[in-house]
Design a protein around this ligand. Structure first.
Ligand SMILES: C[S@@+](CC[C@H](N)C(=O)[O-])C[C@H]1O[C@@H](n2cnc3c(N)ncnc32)[C@H](O)[C@@H]1O
Length: 682
């Protein structure tokens, strides 16, 4: 029986697509209307850039393969078009494989340049075996035979997968958790990262299904502690920051994705400077210069992603002429939220090196007046350089502490951008020192400065501005303390409210996080994560000033009281819902500090780490103390535990020796007594 040749074959480019006679396809907005650029001419078809829910597209390269004369197909020479995803591992692999989809049944084994597209040998064998077994179906069409073979293969794979899963589960059951001391000893010598990596996976698996997989002698807390230590040694963080991230991503798989994203660079992106050039024209020019660019995302009209470039992105004639600014896509978001209008009075309070400032100026069409401030004098030079290069001429650069603006220019601006100095926990890939340099004091310091800056910014805004009165607060931090907590503080101190950012991507900000309880409108703020949006970790909030009048102390106190009441209420609600859950889940003992927690749904494996767990513990202790005190009050005389007597004694003493009487034994009282006695004697 003739063996039907595989139609679906894989390719393995050993060198760059260009060397292999392959061309990357470049899609530029409205490129059809435009003059066809050199590189684009060689591509037969144009397909739009793949986008995933508004996130930045993973670089996708369209490969046009032309079979070489030596190794080409015997019957027909055909152009084969395929998109190859450039994954890092694939690049490192000795042979890259890309699947070629060929609509032609005549296709045979062939080589294209360095591409090995003979397909997967195993797959071939499988198919041949399947065909040779299939005597009954001799009359079937080749396509039917192949379909049957594929069905069989799929069945086999499923079976193998199931067996492997069972094996994994069996292995998992054997996983033994080392003690924290063992881990610490292991870390003193050079730890075997492979073992650590495996243990991380094992612990995450156990925490994901704690009831079924745990060692009954080990608490959840013990698992979490081991995991935290292992993650620190695997990814190089200090324990403080790792605990913060574990709080932020209670799901183990997501935490790993986040940590891995922090070790990988984001795509290189640029912003077309609309003061000088249109994005379409810029893209054409850059393509002609040997840069491989594409529109960066659906939500921006000025961003371009640079896949690769034969020239340094920061040294092209277009760059020097100010046609673009090299900027992370995240930095476009706060400016889009601010939406500055031509003619506005705008302040960029922390502006250096001026990326967002120049974007603001371009939206203002170089009109109105823009103040670009930064507290660091040297960094102000960078603002000036960039503004000159980009052709911005409506801007005053100043070098002040942002805290001053509320006093020196009260109610003086229509819009203010506060892109605050922060811990940089959203851009760890740029500065790996963040992994070990941050501690609680550092975060507290930032938090304090951010609160001062945001109050000053709000005071500098004009609530009566005809089309403004908006403040946008942003940071490149993912920590709640630097984001929602700062904005919530502002809401409690000034007459203002959160408004929608108008941004179409991002996840909603927290309204509650561990011990924090924020105003419900905090859900209008937006968060961005590298592993979700493929941009830097970021936070954006837009706030409208409602009145230029400052809040009186009385109002502040009133708000504070309101906040405390809300907090108590939500705690009571949580407690009562906890109590309701307990019997339903047969929680039993809740001790070893929640460690044996049975309310385990696998979604919050790290809930015993950090402040939340401590707060729960504190609350439980408070409850215990309260219960004890209540029992003391109800003491019927049979309770003769020592501390009861002690408590009574104190009470009795207080009752027997009133304060005034006790005071009479003091030095002053004795002096007075003597005076009186002397007076009597005289
Ligand atoms: C996140 S960067 C700003 C980045 C800038 N917005 C951009 O997009 O190019 C924070 C800036 O705040 C400045 N800064 C720090 N403390 C400040 C303060 N108290 N007042 C004003 N600026 C401050 C720093 O010098 C730094 O340049």
């Amino acid at each position: 029986m003739a063996i039907v040749k595989k139609k679906k074959v894989s390719t393995t480019p050993k060198s760059t697509p260009k060397e292999n006679g392959l061309k990357r396809k470049l899609e530029v907005e409205d490129a059809q209307e435009a003059e066809t650029p050199k590189v684009a001419k060689k591509t037969p078809k144009k397909k739009p850039l793949k986008k995933q829910n508004g996130t930045v597209a993973t670089p996708v390269v369209e490969v046009v393969a032309t079979p070489s004369s030596e190794n080409g197909p015997k019957k027909k020479k055909k152009k084969v078009v395929k998109k190859v995803k450039l994954f890092e591992e694939e690049e490192k692999a000795p042979k890259q494989k890309a699947q070629l989809i060929d609509e032609d049944d005549d296709e045979e084994e062939f080589n294209i340049g360095n591409l090995d597209i003979q397909g997967d040998d195993d797959d071939d064998d499988d198919l041949r075996d399947d065909y040779s077994d299939d005597d009954e179906d001799e009359d079937n069409l080749p396509i039917e035979k192949k379909s049957a073979a594929l069905d069989k293969k799929k069945e086999k794979m499923l079976k193998e997968g199931e067996e492997e899963l069972q094996l994994n589960i069996a292995n998992q059951e054997k996983f033994e958790l080392p003690t924290v001391e063992d881990i610490e000893a292991e870390m003193k010598s050079a730890p075997n990262l492979e073992i650590v990596r495996q243990r991380i996976a094992d612990v995450i698996q156990v925490l994901g299904d704690f009831k079924a997989r745990r060692d009954p002698n080990k608490s959840r807390l013990q698992y979490v502690e081991v995991l935290q230590k292992d993650l620190c040694s695997q990814f190089g963080y200090n324990e403080f920051l790792m605990a913060k991230f574990m709080d932020l991503f209670p799901n183990g798989a997501e935490l790993l994705q986040f940590l891995e994203a922090n070790d990988n660079p984001r795509p290189v992106t640029i912003r077309a400077n609309s003061l000088k050039v249109k994005r379409r024209d810029l893209a054409k020019n850059l393509i002609n210069r040997g840069m491989n660019v594409d529109p960066a995302a659906e939500w921006t009209k000025v961003g371009l992603v640079v896949y690769d470039s034969q020239v340094p992105v920061g040294a092209t004639p277009e760059y020097l002429a100010g046609h673009y600014m090299i900027q992370g896509l995240n930095s476009l978001l706060p400016v889009m939220a601010l939406a500055p209008q031509p003619g506005d009075r705008v302040l960029d309070m922390c502006s250096a090196p001026g990326g967002k400032t120049s974007h603001i100026a371009s939206l203002m069409k170089n009109s109105g007046v823009l103040f670009a401030n930064d507290a660091n004098f040297d960094r102000c030079r960078a603002i000036i350089g960039n503004l000159h290069r980009l052709g911005v001429n409506n801007t005053v650069v100043c070098n002040l502490g942002g805290e001053e603006f509320g006093k020196i220019r009260p109610n003086g601006f229509d819009r203010i951008l506060l892109d605050a100095p922060c811990s940089g926990t959203g851009v760890i890939w740029k500065d790996q020192s963040v992994k070990t340099s941050k501690d609680s004091q550092d975060v507290q310091r930032r938090h304090t400065m951010q609160r001062q800056l945001i109050l000053s910014a709000m005071d500098a805004l004009d609530a009566n501005s005809p089309n403004g009165g908006y403040l946008v607060y942003s940071t490149c931090s993912v920590l709640v303390e630097e984001n929602e907590a700062v904005v919530n503080f502002l809401l409690e101190r000034r007459h203002c409210e959160l408004v929608p950012t108008g941004l179409t991507i991002g996840v909603d900000g927290y309204t509650r996080f561990r011990d924090y309880r924020f105003h419900s409108s905090l859900s209008m703020t937006k968060r961005y994560y590298p592993h979700v949006h493929n941009i830097d970790g970021f936070f954006v909030a837009k706030i409208k000033k409602l009145s230029n009048a400052k809040m009186s102390k009385q109002e502040v106190l009133e708000k504070e009281r309101e906040k405390q009441e809300n907090k108590k209420k939500s705690q009571a609600e949580e407690d009562s819902s906890d109590d309701k859950k307990k019997p339903a889940k047969k929680a039993g003992k809740k001790s070893k500090e929640d460690s044996d927690s049975e309310d385990d749904d696998g979604t919050a494996p790290f809930k015993n780490v950090g402040s939340g767990a401590r707060a729960n513990k504190k609350r439980r202790n408070q409850k215990k103390v309260q219960a004890k005190q209540d029992s003391l009050k109800e003491d019927d005389g049979f309770n003769t535990v020592g501390n009861i007597k002690k408590a009574r004694k104190v009470k009795e003493f207080k009752a027997r020796v009133p304060k005034r009487a006790a005071a009479r034994t003091g030095a002053k009282a004795v002096k007075n007594k003597r005076k009186k006695m002397l007076a009597k004697q005289q």
